[in-house]
Design a protein. Structure first.
Length: 291
């Protein structure tokens, strides 16, 4: 584990297991408040985010079958792999991954990735870059999957969410695979104004046309977490499992099942075509405000 810290924030990262974000905490009045649960480390989704239906897709006339198709080939290939620490000091960490020599790579193209974590005052900044290291063009996407604690200082305290998007994907079959094109956001899923994220409101929802900003707030604990992303993150997934002590807010570049949406010429998929040697990059910042 590598620990980054400054006067306000502390971050623990595990390079040996996907360069995952194992713990993120803020110091308030002399005590550390855990914003994320250590039992549910956040992870990176590379070279695609969320699911690919049955693990099958066609790209530029060639059909592919991924392993774990019975679970819809979920959350990419990189999260369980050991990453190499390239740079590290007290507030900055850079890790890299190359799959060129990985015999168990669950992706048709070799790829390379790099992630940076940087504590700058009250903000955790992360930058993610993905390269196509294959000999032909590949479809590409990625995202962050951080978990957050529902309560910071007492069980049952309220937590509020604000984020805005233009549309939401339907999930008629309950498998998180879009059952149609994105459509209007109904009242139950409208977080364009801050509202409680209730523990009994089950969500595993992919939004399109994400505005790139938002916040989580624990008003009783006096903490607000502002999050913002660069324009490549056109989608956002909210995961709020019923009665669990955690939830996830996931900025991502591509929609669920994005490679198949791309194959059907649905340009809102968020999937990017990378030529050999080309890269896709995005940034995700989390600013902690003590109220």
């Amino acid at each position: 584990m590598i620990i980054l810290s400054n006067d306000l924030l502390r971050l623990t990262v595990d390079p040996d297991h996907g360069a995952s974000m194992n713990a993120f905490a803020v110091q308030q009045a002399g005590r550390w408040l855990a914003l994320t649960p250590e039992a549910r480390p956040g992870f990176l989704m590379i070279p695609y985010s969320n699911r690919i239906e049955h693990g099958r897709f066609t790209f530029e006339g060639q059909s592919y079958q991924l392993a774990n198709g019975e679970n819809h080939a979920i959350h990419g290939d990189a999260r369980g792999r050991p990453w190499t620490t390239l740079e590290a000091d007290v507030t900055h960490l850079c890790c890299g991954l190359s799959t060129i020599a990985c015999p168990d790579r669950n992706w048709p193209w070799p790829y390379e990735a790099r992630v940076e974590y940087h504590l700058v005052g009250d903000t955790l900044r992360s930058r993610l870059v993905l390269w196509n290291r294959g000999a032909t063009a590949m479809p590409a996407g990625f995202g962050w999957h951080p978990f957050y604690n529902r309560a910071l200082t007492r069980p049952g305290e309220p937590v509020f969410l604000r984020m805005a998007a233009q549309q939401v994907y339907p999930d008629a079959h309950g498998n998180r695979i879009p059952s149609g094109p994105p459509g209007p956001i109904g009242a139950a899923l409208d977080f364009s104004q801050a509202r409680p994220l209730l523990p009994d409101q089950t969500l595993d929802t992919c939004f399109a046309g994400y505005e790139g900003a938002g916040h989580i707030e624990w008003p009783e604990s006096g903490v607000r977490l502002l999050f913002r992303c660069t324009p490549a993150c056109t989608h956002l997934v909210t995961y709020n499992p019923r009665t669990q002590p955690f939830f996830a807010i996931e900025p991502v570049t591509n929609a669920n099942n994005g490679v198949n949406l791309y194959g059907r010429d649905e340009m809102h998929s968020g999937i990017v075509r990378l030529l050999p040697g080309e890269s896709l990059a995005a940034e995700f910042a989390q600013q902690v405000v003590i109220l």
